[in-house]
Each structure stands twice: as structure tokens, then as C-alpha cells.
Design a protein around this ligand. Structure first.
Ligand code: ATP
Ligand code: MG
Length: 137
């Protein structure tokens, strides 16, 4: 059994569709074992996305991720990391497969509704940055 870190991003919380996103997650067999709605500080967003610091969209990405509350989650299941990447769909909704969260809900490459860890190392880092052990049940 594996855990991954998920974010329901501001474009989705603004449109009041966190429940609709969670329905897709649960239907895929992933269990939400931690969940909280938070407003990130600039520092939290910059730290979380530090691997993208040199990318052209880094400033825009940090602006977006601090523009409204997000819902942070830990998802658990068989191959949770790869499975959730599949359920999310491609970064660009124009390229996302039918039935994926991004195909269903994303507005653009930037405002793409969800984040999911891309490796076991990332998952461990991202969970530790956002949750204490006692919050994951
Ligand atoms: P995430 O890390 O959020 O799960 P991802 O792994 O599919 O998404 P990354 O390449 O890690 O995509 O980029 C991180 C995030 O940065 C994307 O989800 C998106 O919100 C934003 N992003 C990526 N590329 C662009 C771009 N060209 N223009 C604007 N924003 C972008
Ligand atoms: Mg990524």
C-alpha cells in the first residue's frame, strides 16, 4: 500500500468543485486518509515548488497557488502515486485523456485543478511539508 500527496488547486476550490474532484479520486479506488483546506503563504508555495524555481512559469505558479485556498490531501492505495497521475491526466487539459480530472475540470496548463506527487521521493517530501504524522488516519 502506497501514499501520495494531492492538492485541489485554487481554480477548483473557487468553482466549488472539490466534492466532484473527490468523487473521481474515490471512484478510482484511492482513499483520502488526510485532508485540509488551507491558504498557503508565498514562502510555503515557493518551498513546495522549489524544483521549478528556474522555470519561466515559477512566479505565476506561486501567485496562482496562493491566490485562494487549496485542499491538501494524502491519498492511499495500491500504486497510489502512479494511479493518481493517471487519474489526474496530462498537465495540459488539451492533452488529458477522457474521464481524467484535468480533462473534466482543468481550465489551462496553469489552472489545472490538481497536483499529484510524481515519485516516492516527492511524495514523502510533499506529505512531510504539509501534514504531521498524527493528521494522517
Ligand atoms: P503537478 O506537479 O502540479 O502535479 P505536473 O507534474 O503535471 O503537475 P509540472 O511540470 O510538475 O506538472 O508543473 C507543475 C505545475 O506548474 C503544473 O501543474 C502547472 O500548474 C504549472 N505549469 C507547468 N507548466 C506550465 C506552463 N507552461 N505554464 C503555466 N503553468 C505551468
Ligand atoms: Mg509535478
Amino acid at each position: 500500500i502506497e501514499r501520495t500527496f494531492s492538492i485541489i488547486k485554487p481554480d477548483a476550490t473557487n468553482r466549488n468543485i472539490t466534492g466532484a474532484v473527490n468523487a473521481v479520486i474515490e471512484k478510482a479506488g484511492l482513499r483520502i486518509v488526510a485532508q485540509k483546506r488551507v491558504l498557503w503563504s508565498r514562502e510555503q508555495a515557493e518551498k513546495f515548488y522549489e524544483e521549478h524555481a528556474q522555470r519561466s512559469f515559477y512566479g505565476e505558479l506561486c501567485d496562482f497557488m496562493t491566490s485562494a485556498p487549496i485542499v491538501c490531501q494524502v491519498l492511499e492505495g495500491e500504486n497510489a502515486i502512479a494511479k493518481y497521475r493517471e487519474v489526474m491526466g496530462a498537465t495540459d487539459p488539451a492533452e488529458a485523456a477522457e474521464g481524467t480530472i484535468r480533462k473534466l475540470f482543468a481550465l489551462s496548463k496553469g489552472e489545472n485543478s490538481v497536483h499529484g506527487s510524481d515519485s516516492p521521493t516527492s511524495a514523502q517530501r510533499e506529505i512531510a511539508l504539509n501534514f504531521s504524522d498524527s493528521e494522517i488516519v
